[in-house]
Every structure is written in structure tokens, then in C-alpha cells.
Design a binder for this molecule. Sequence first.
Ligand code: HC1
Length: 589
Amino acid sequence: KINLKIDNIAVSINGGSTILEAARKINIRIPTLCYHEDLCVAGNCRVCVVEQAGSDRLLPACAMPVSEGMEIHTNSMKVRNARKQIVELLVSEHRADCTRCYKNGKCELQELASEYIVGENGFIDLVAHKGYTIDNFSPSIIKDDSKCIRCQRCVRTCDQLQSISALTVAHKGEHMKISSFFEKPMFEVVCTNCGQCVNRCPTGALTEKTYLDEVWSSLNSERKHVVVQTAPAVRIALGEALGMPAGEIVTGKMVSALRRLGFSSVLDTDFTADLTIIEEGNELLHRLKKVVKDKDDSVKLPMTTSCSPGWVKFIEHAFPEYLPNVSTAKSPQQMFGALAKTFYANKIGVEPENMVSVSIMPCTAKKYEADRPEMRSSGYKDVDYVLTTRELALMIKQAGIDFASLPDDEFDSIMGESSGAAVIFGATGGVMEAALRTAYEVVTGREVPFENLEITPVRGMESIREANIKIENVLPEWDFLEGVELKTCVAHGLSNAKKIMEAVRDGKAEYHFIEIMACPGGCLGGGGQPIPTSPAIRKKRSEAIYAEDRHKPIRKSHENPEVMHLYEEFLKEPLGHVSHKLLHTHYTE
Ligand code: HC1
């Protein structure tokens, strides 16, 4: 342990910790901008400077390790003056038309500018003297260079967490900027639209593309029947953007709010998450049969999940030779969209052209997914508009709804029922766990013992997790699986996905089934979730997801009565003709 004093308060902390970590331990707040808990330290913005007794130098608290006997002052005149100058300089390089900015009120630079009373200052307005670009070609992300303070959180996110490097640093000195390959629009480079950069950008330089106006105008159109679906991970994070603590489950209030906003049918992506398990689980069993029993080498294993659109885009770019390994099952969002404008529209007597399908997602890549040409199997755009959790919170605020005092409501029926297995889709490992709960029962004909329902080896925040499951005592039709050890793997964050795929490619890992989610923590840490999304917040959201599963009366996808009804009445059988038309697709390089 290292002992030091910060603002005359004694603190003891492990060696190797930084001054910032020591200060946080004793609840002293040091402002930061380039620092982010998920990323390696850059120490380039200097907003976190502190003074060390006996030294003339100011030290960056985020980058400076503690040492024995150190005496640090975080609030001396010298520190305050330096910070104020740094913030003034950053503001002078930033197009500070805050009232017209999407991040107004949620911008970290704006908060510091207000804290340090940065009004008129001695620096010239550099933005006014520079050209800048606003790239809004992507269906998911807007990049506005005039708002960028070059902290490089986005660059480190894209490189370290996601292994993409769609965003890089270009030029030097005052010309330095955050750029893309050959300064092309984000839409034309390898960006997966995951939005992790958006979630970490301290200003309005990277924001989601919003479709709020389009959704409001649909809601105000008398001719339109507006159907909304809500992703598993929205219900455990939406409250954060509306003043509630992290980890609060707000499913019922969210449903109430959506009704008050005027959505005609309030339905659940969790319903199609259950459906995905049936379709994708059957696809896995079908592939196992072809490979293990029929020795058909045209069928590929390991099979990977396909519900995370950032992951699908990643594999298209980085490992196109493995596209046949991606499950053909569409994501729950897109299965929902395809069913909404066919099965559901028919059920409620609405012409599909008069239906508007909106989804509320924790994810910016879902906006891109909905725009993909493959996603029009109803004959229309299956999902018209995708809003993030943050955008829904904004709608609720705009409508003047006091969210905390809303009563708990239930989803509408037909496509609103779901199991606990569907809810856990929102956490890394959840799709795998949900699939295993169902596969066990299908293959053995026996119920999963209650004490084994929670498959803990695939849970948690470890970046890559494996679980090998010996298949025993199977039903006669699955005899080729008797004694097979099913090898599964779960990874979250695209840098971990890359490691897994390299291991598979190099013959260093043999799996049957791999779950990959593009975002750290899975969808609960999605790019469209409330900001901030820190490791501690992801943990709380994850606990909430598993609590929601525990409270559900049905915890296995194949026991969802509305899904069973859908098969009886419409789909007839898993992987059948209708499923192939509406619920499956193939991805291309
Ligand atoms: Fe996800 Fe999914 S879990 S991809 O993370 O399979 O976004 O929440 O909606 O589609 O169900 C996201 C979440 C989400 C889909 C489901």
C-alpha cells in the first residue's frame, strides 16, 4: 500500500494506482475529459491537473501514479487557474453553439465551462477560422468535427475495445483531427455502427442520428398504426436517463410511458428473442446433425449468433470467409419487424402500408440493421425507425411525463409475452444461456432441473468465457449427440470477438456454438444506452437483468405461450417455409 495525502486527507491505496484513483477513493472529484474508465490513459487533455507540494510542476492526475508520502492539492489557486485556461482553450477550439447542440445539457465540456465560468476569454475563436465537416451519411452516427476537442476517447474506443480503428488521428499540431480512412464518410469505412464512440464522446462531436421527428409525426398521423417494440436491455437502463439510479427495473413504467406517448400497440422485442431461441436453437441442432451424423462438410460449425448487428458487420469486413458460420436467424428486432407487418397486421386488421414499426434499442447499430436491404421481407421496411434508449428518454421528457410516478403497465398481447430467457439476451452470455435452457429440454426430453436453470459459467463480465457441456441420455431421435461434449464460447466487445475468430481460424479453438455481442457487457452496455456507461453501471444493469429473469413466471423460451401460438397458427414449424421467408437471411461480404 502507498500512503499519501490529498487536500490534507490521508489515503492509502495499492501501488500503481493513479492520483485520480486515490482521490476518488476519498470522494474528491477531479474533473476529467480524455479519461474514461474503460480505456487506457491518454493524459492529453490536462483538465485533471493537480499540484504536488514541493514541486513547480502540475501533474495529470489520471496518468500520474501515487508515491509514498506524496502531498497533493487538487484545488489550489494554481490548479484552478490552469484548469480554467485549459477549458477556455478547449472552448475556443469548439463550436460552442450549445443551445443548438444535441448534447446541450449533457456535454462534459459545457459542464466544465460552466463550472469554471468560461465566458469571454483571451483565446481567439479557432473554429470560426477553420473549415469543418459534419458527416451525417451514416444511418446511425453523426460526426461533427466542429464539436471535437481531440480527447481521443473515440479513437481509443474504436481501437482498443473494438479493434476496428475506423476512427484515427490525422495530421499534427493545430491541424490534428479525428478522422477516418482517407477522411471518407463513416458510412464508407469499416465502422460497425456500434456507437461505443458515441457513448464515450464527452461533447456533441459524435452523436446518434435521431429519428425523433419522424416518430412524432407518425404518432400524430391519424392514418398510421404505430407499433413499438422494446429491447431487453432498455428496461433496465431507461430509468438512468430519467433521474433514477442504475440497475432500476422500469419495465412497467416504460410500457405506461409508451402508451401515453401514443403508440398504438406496445409490444416486446423479448417475444421475438424467445422466437429467436427456437429458430436459432433448431438451426444449431440441424447443423450438428449434418456435421456429426451425416458428415456433411458443406455445413459449417461453429455456428455464431447473429443478433448483434455490429458483430455481423464486423465479420462481414474482418472474417468474410466465416459468414456461412453465422446463424441465418435474423435478430429479434428484425424478426419482430417482419412479423409486425404480416402476422400481427393481419391479426389486428391493419394494412401493412398503414403500419409504422418503431423499435427502442440500446444500440445505434440497430438503426443500420433496420436499413439493410435484407430487412424487407414483409414487402415493406420491416422496422421503420429505431430509437435508442436515450432518444426514448428524450421523448418522455418532451411529453412532460413524470416517469417516476407512472404506474406499471403490461405489454399488449399477441407479441408482448416473454420469458426470463428472453430478458437475459440483454447481458453478455444471455443468448447462450437461453439457448442452452431450451436445447437441453429438446434433446433430452427432460426438464432442466431448477437449480441448473442459471448457467453461471456463461455469466459475468470476463471478456471471453467457455462452457463445455456433456450431452447425455438423449431422446432416440438425437442419439448421434449422445456423449458429445458441446463446446460453447461467449465473447463481448469486438476486440474479444477478433481474438475468438483468429483462434478458430488458426485451429486453436474448437467450438460448436459461439455467442458474440459487439458491445462490452452485451446490449446492456450498448452504444445507445444512457451516458455514462461505466463498468460499475454495467454491473448494476446486469444484476437487474438477472433479477428480472428470476421474477418471470416463465423462464424458458419454448414455454412462451404466445410463441407456441404463433407456430400453431402461422409459422407451423421451426425452420419451416414461413420462417425461412420472414425470419432468416444470409449476410454478404
Ligand atoms: Fe440486444 Fe437483441 S439482445 S441484440 O443486445 O438479440 O440492441 O437489448 O434487442 O434484436 O432481443 C440490442 C438488447 C436486442 C435483438 C434481443
